[in-house]
Design a protein around this ligand. Sequence first.
Ligand SMILES: [Zn+2]
Length: 81
Amino acid sequence: MSLRQKDYIVATLAIGGLFVSFVKGEAGAVMLLTALALYIIWWRCPYCGKFLGRKHELHCRYCGKAVDRSAKKTKQKQENS
Ligand SMILES: [Zn+2]
C-alpha cells in the first residue's frame, strides 16, 4: 500500500467517523480514534521511519529525503539491469 492509499483510508475513516458521530456518538468516536491511530502508525517517512507530522510535506524533516506518496514500501529493490 502506498502512502497515498493509506492517506485516503485515514481520511475516509475520519470523515466517516464525523458523520457517524452525529447518528451514533460512540461509534463515530471509535472511527475517529482508529483514523488517528492509523495516521500515527502509517504517516511515517519510508526512509528513516520518523513521523512526518501534520503537514503533508514533500520532504522528510529528519532525513531530508523526498517522500514519494505513490511509492509502495517494499523491501524488494527493483534493479534495472
Ligand atoms: Zn526521513
